[in-house]
Design a protein around this ligand. Sequence first.
Ligand code: ACO
Ligand code: ZN
Length: 157
Amino acid sequence: MSFIRVRPAIMDDIDMVIAINIECLPEHYPLSFWVEHLKKWSDIFYVAEVDNEIVGYALSRIEEGQSYFKSSYIKMGHIVSVAVREKFRRKGIATYMILTLLNSLKSIYGAEEAFLEVRISNEPAIKLYEKLSFKVVKKLTQYYLDGEDALLMAKAL
Ligand code: ACO
Ligand code: ZN
């Protein structure tokens, strides 16, 4: 049996997180992006380990903005990037990381909502977010550099 653990990321994890990002997603970021996130929001940046090996990550930040569900200005958790290595998918690992993240966004930062963007063709991810009760609130036309549209999905916490 494998041992699955979700824990906050630390500086030593960054190389592996970047490798997983490059392996799994077309959106990449400079080293400074990951380091800054870790310095500022280490408690809402998680990695998942299987038998002590990092197999996925979920990264978020705090922003303020107009609520997607009511007419007020609120604190929101922006889920920036989530990925799980292919061999370890469909085991509930992304679900586990995002639930942990949502809990921290609310309990540590008092965020009232969480939101994210996802490629309109990314059926696995859209299904995952729907299962976690995220709703599509907007379509962002040509959001990505290659011209693909994004769905903006949000959830009250
Ligand atoms: N097809 C259909 N439904 C799926 C799929 C799939 N391939 N993958 C996940 N789901 C849905 C299912 O409902 C699944 O529940 P089930 O297995 O009981 O049917 C549910 O999501 C939960 O799946 P998890 O096992 O928790 O998800 P997983 O650990 O496999 O990770 C992820 C999902 C992160 C989307 C993974 O496929 C991945 O890394 N893909 C490439 C990177 C990516 O697209 N990341 C998200 C981009 S958007 C963003 O980062 C904000
Ligand atoms: Zn985003």
